[in-house]
Design a protein around this ligand. Structure first.
Ligand code: ACO
Length: 402
């Protein structure tokens, strides 16, 4: 440790690795990815088994605590999260002060950040009880805030949480139902959303998670760190891709373009156009999450009788990509976000809401990674080096002489 560090400093030896393509920033026992083989495991459990057999809060417990919860532990977590679902006094007015048509990721980041302003009594990273409370608050209130984002955009009043319903079912009821109304989400839709949230729950040191860790490494509180993660997620090269995919598919349809001509633009890199929802820094094989999402998209659209022309366009794009030299030679396959938007759309979400749904799903991963970092004695403040390329020393020129 110390000796090597001193040596590196003395020799001025640094590694230049833009985008950290080959630099590990930490050791982690949470999520395993083998990008060449398309393997993803949460705490050792293969993603397909977890997505098939668990609920979202069960996965949250697995990621955060390290083991699958027993019935009692899971019920305790469900109860705790349900208790924290309501927003504190004044919070709704705070949300209402932001423009109703603002991008919901901007509002979500502000809202998560604002939790530290409302709950200063739970912001000490070194106090495990405070961290546990902040954890339950984040899981619960992100769901409340996300449903509120949809209600505000569609000009509807918020619906109060109902602790007797499951996490995902109540999220859907608060999003699409009405106060005192009869709304009950179809079990197949609850299952599909549960699965999507699970598939997004963690993905080791991606852009937003690394952001959460770097911010947290300065001992910033959990809300502040996760709010930074929400912002990192918003970009179209990361979580924003799910919205960008739908915008792309709609543009192809409304422009009357064929999938072939669009793909030629992508291959010729015309105006930097990329096939959104394709490619991944780590996966050089089919993203195992995308395989599950694709199957789910077929089932949900069939179930809702929502035959979507956009699904055909997406399938057409994928079909070309799987046999085209450009995509094959670069190992470009659909990532988790290629088909998710079609499912969210069929459920009734507008495209701007897709990335907040990703954030809702990723919340357990951000929290688990932040907690692992805080408890890791080898954690140091995140502070990369640089290779300076600017001017060598020169003499300052007073403004009167410039
Ligand atoms: N469409 C067309 N070409 C692509 C795409 C794409 N989606 N992705 C990568 N390429 C090409 C690049 O142009 C580059 O080609 P070159 O060798 O001729 O220069 C090559 O493939 C390698 O691409 P990089 O950008 O170097 O790969 P990187 O690992 O840095 O980027 C990323 C990964 C950002 C995901 C990229 O594939 C991308 O922009 N995809 C589209 C956006 C997207 O779907 N993002 C979601 C990622 S998953 C997630 O966050 C949930």
């Amino acid at each position: 440790g110390f000796k090597v560090n001193t040596l590196l400093r003395d020799t001025g030896l640094v590694t230049l690795d833009p985008g950290f393509t080959n630099t590990a920033s930490c050791e982690s026992a949470i999520t395993y990815i083998d990008g060449d083989q398309g393997i993803l495991r949460y705490r050792g459990y293969p993603i397909d088994q977890v997505a098939e057999g668990a609920t979202f809060l069960e996965v949250a417990a697995l990621l955060i605590d390290g083991e699958l919860p027993g019935t009692e532990a899971l019920e305790a977590l469900e109860k705790r999260v349900a208790e924290h679902a309501p927003l504190p006094g004044g919070f709704e007015a705070f949300l209402a002060a932001l423009p109703a048509q603002a991008h919901p990721m901007a509002t979500l980041a502000a809202a998560v950040n604002a939790l530290a302003a409302w709950y200063p009594e739970v912001v000490d990273p070194r106090d495990p009880e405070q961290v546990d409370t902040a954890t339950a608050m984040l899981l619960a209130k992100t769901s409340t805030i996300t449903s509120a984002l949809h209600r505000r955009r569609t000009g509807q009043a918020l619906v109060a949480p109902d602790a007797s319903q499951g996490f995902v079912a109540d999220f859907l009821r608060r999003t699409f139902g009405s106060e005192g109304g009869e709304y009950a989400a179809e079990p197949a839709i609850v299952d599909a959303l549960e699965k999507l949230l699970i598939l997004h729950a963690d993905h080791e040191q991606n852009c937003s998670t690394s952001t959460v860790r770097v911010v947290g490494s300065s001992n910033a509180n959990l809300f502040a760190s996760v709010a930074a993660g929400v912002n990192a997620l918003s970009g179209p090269a990361h979580g924003g891709a799910n919205e960008a995919v739908l915008v792309m598919l709609e543009k192809i349809r409304s422009g009357g373009e064929t999938v072939e001509t669009f793909m030629n633009k992508v291959k010729n890199k015309e105006d930097g156009v990329r096939l959104m929802g394709f490619g991944h820094r780590v996966y050089k094989a089919y993203d195992p999450r995308a395989a599950i999402v694709k199957k789910s998209a077929d089932e949900v659209l069939e179930k809702l009788g929502a035959k979507d022309e956009l699904l055909e366009i997406a399938q057409g794009l994928e079909q070309i990509a799987l046999s085209d030299e450009y995509f094959v030679s670069r190992n470009l396959y659909p990532n988790v976000d290629f088909y998710t938007g079609l499912i969210y759309k069929a459920m009734g979400f507008e495209p701007a809401m897709f990335t907040p749904l990703f954030a809702l799903g990723r919340m357990p991963g951000w929290i688990a990674q932040w907690r692992e970092m805080v408890n890791d004695p080898s954690t140091k403040i995140g502070r990369p080096r640089q290779v300076y390329t600017g001017a060598t020393e020169r003499r300052f020129v007073p403004i009167t002489q410039r």
